[in-house]
Design a protein around this ligand. Structure first.
Ligand code: CA
Length: 636
């Protein structure tokens, strides 16, 4: 049967291109359209409630076969708030499935809900927009956060713990009176909050009083917010309204919102509604019935098939249009074809040129249903509106991912200068241009930066480990490309595993492992490190020559200064009004570095960073052990 889907004849006959799949509500009627080319007959079942265990069928509507494998039905009256499923008959079997185009669902995503989307809009939504709409991707500073991590601690001062609305609370403080939550993030100076999955995912039971923690890389309904983040998962409109309220509040506070999207696989390949309705069409399954598993999650999405391609493009456009999402982070985008990614970026950019796109362009083994090119790092020239996580700079600074105890540059590992230089210039071997590099030294995956440093520098003092953390931050935030960091990196976040080690994969660890420790916020080493990150971000924002988009600009502006010390690299970035001189010293001794002619203002030194000159020097400057020194010079 899967072979049938691969034929040109099938694709030609059954490719539907219009935008009306799903349930289109109006006050007068609701129109349904479902793509189910292999079905013998289909009905819509209408229910009073969204809980799949409730016996409350209101009515069954027969659907009529229409063009290109679609089925249609219509019902007059105002159906806002009515739940529905599709009942699909095929070869004597019958399945009941949620709508792949569901706009919201009842608890745990089993029944779709018909929704008047306008009724979920917060006040002022029509004027809401990306606060950074006029900026380039290289102007972004991205902060990667799980909704629940920010608020769960009893010391967060946040009322709506673990909820979308927890991110929309301002004025929250810990017991010492220090700002937490949204105010805290805003104060860092980051521009984009990147949220770990907020679409409906499967692991977490939304009906529990305290749902289990999960990162959410297990999609169930791609076009619906996750119910456990809403204050009422039983009423579908609430999760939509609360997610929009969160986005509106973040926008009002100057923060853009990036959504983590996981189109490369689903929670359960067999049970996924699209695969229930059109068996196996959504996934890569070979002629022997073997499911491709490049995702290591049991199934890979067949993005190269026409109606999967359309589904993913429609879904991303929907989040951008309806929820005003400002950026998309694609999980394992190396499993998705280049054509689909380019269709997404061009479609979204027609209406929202501000939206940024990036993802994990790793090369994973996947069995395609037909030949196509995949969105992997070396294909960056073919996806000009899409950027990639820069694992080159990550491994360089914190150590090779394959071995937990392998030190990186900041922990004193001998490091080839040509790799440091390429990373500082935003030009690792695979990148077409600097703007396509998402530079990072920590994300939700693997150990936190501070834990990794502890593992790779076990003999170093805590003070020296903090120096290593600062050095990694300085190098990655001041390099050409787009800075990104895991929330809490700036407060030395750690994830102890309770056994004397560290949790490197806390995807379903309890809140105690994952939550922000707001009670520690006042500790001097926390405050000092947070201030340092804030200073780095402010410095980057103040200098456009640190935010170059293209290779040719970097070649014109960035100069590598020879330095004999193997653990020291020196760069000069030449601007029209100012030059910047940067020295990174991973050695455990101070070094004296000669400066080009004239007076230089020290802006970043030892444990201080910012936009105010600390002192003025000429001739040479001393750089303390394991630290960065950055100076500027005004042009005459
Ligand atoms: Ca869910």
């Amino acid at each position: 049967m899967f072979e049938l889907y691969n034929s040109t004849e099938f694709e030609t006959k059954y490719t539907y291109t219009q935008m009306d799949l799903g349930a289109a509500w109006s006050a007068e009627k609701t129109d349904f359209r479902l793509w189910a080319p292999t079905a013998d007959s289909v009905q819509v079942r209408l229910y009073k409630n969204g809980n799949a265990d409730t016996q409350d069928l209101l009515e069954t509507l027969d659907m009529t076969q229409d063009v290109h494998g679609t089925w249609i039905a219509s019902k007059s009256g105002d159906l806002n708030g009515i739940y529905y499923t599709y009942l699909v008959q095929r070869d004597g079997t019958e399945v009941e499935a949620c709508d792949p185009y569901a706009r919201t669902t009842g608890v745990n995503g089993q029944r779709a809900m018909i929704l008047d989307l306008n009724s979920t809009n917060p006040e002022g939504w029509e004027n809401d927009k990306d606060p950074n709409y006029d900026k380039d991707i290289t102007d972004a500073v991205i902060y990667e956060l799980h909704v629940r991590d920010l608020s769960m601690s009893e010391h967060s001062g946040i009322q709506n713990k673990g909820k979308f609305l927890g991110l929309a609370e301002t004025g929250t403080k810990n017991l010492e009176g220090l700002s937490t939550g949204l105010d805290y993030i805003k104060n860092l100076g980051v521009t984009h909050i990147h949220l770990l999955p907020v679409y409906d995912y499967g692991f977490t039971d939304e009906s529990l009083p305290l749902p289990q923690y999960n990162w959410g890389y297990d999609p169930v309904n791609f076009n619906t917010p996750e119910g456990s983040f809403s204050t009422d998962p039983y009423h579908g409109e609430i999760r939509v309204a609360e997610m929009k309220q969160m986005i509106k509040t973040l926008h009002d506070n100057g923060l853009s919102v990036v959504m983590d999207v996981v189109y490369n696989h689903v929670y359960d390949g067999e049970a996924f509604c699209f695969n229930q309705i059109v068996p196996g069409y959504f996934s890569r399954i070979n002629a022997d019935g073997v499911w491709s598993d490049g995702s290591i999650c049991g199934n890979d999405t067949a993005s190269e098939r026409n109606m999967v391609h359309k589904y993913i493009v429609d879904s991303v456009c929907y989040w951008a249009d309806e929820y005003h999402i400002d950026g998309f982070r694609f999980d394992l985008v190396g499993l998705i074809d280049v054509k689909t990614i380019n269709a997404i970026t061009s479609e979204v950019h027609k209406k929202h040129p501000n939206v940024i796109f990036y993802g994990e362009g790793w090369d994973m083994p996947t069995e395609l249903t037909k030949p196509c090119e995949l969105t992997i790092q070396p294909n960056s020239p073919k996806t000009p509106a899409f950027s990639f996580f820069n694992d080159t700079i990550r491994d360089l600074l914190r150590g090779n991912i394959q071995k937990d105890t392998a030190p990186g540059y900041v922990a004193g590992a001998p490091t080839p200068k040509e790799v440091l230089n390429a990373c500082f210039m935003g030009m690792p071997a695979w990148a077409a241009n600097p703007y396509q590099c998402i530079n990072y030294v920590s994300c939700h995956d693997n150990h936190t930066l501070f834990d990794r440093i502890a593992l790779t520098a076990p003999e170093a003092s805590v003070a020296d480990r903090i120096r290593m953390n600062r050095l990694a931050a300085a190098f990655s935030i001041l390099s050409q490309g787009v800075p990104f960091f895991h929330a809490g990196e700036e407060m030395l976040r750690t994830k102890p595993d309770g056994k004397g080690g560290f949790d490197e994969n806390s995807y379903r660890a309890p809140d105690e492992v994952n939550q922000f420790c707001w009670e520690n916020l006042g500790k001097p080493e926390y405050q000092k490190t947070i201030e340092y990150y804030r200073g780095l971000i402010a410095f980057r924002k103040a200098h456009d020559i640190l935010r170059l988009k293209y290779r040719k600009d970097v070649f014109n502006c960035v100069e590598m200064i020879p330095c004999r010390d193997s653990q020291v690299v020196v760069y000069r970035v030449v601007g029209n009004a100012q030059d910047i001189f940067l020295i990174f010293n991973a050695g455990t001794e101070s070094v004296s570095i000669s400066l080009p002619e004239g007076n230089w203002n020290i802006m970043i030194q030892d444990d201080i960073a910012g936009t105010d000159a600390l002192s003025t020097v000429n001739g040479s400057v001393d750089v303390t052990p394991i630290s960065a020194t950055v100076l500027t010079q005004e042009k005459a």
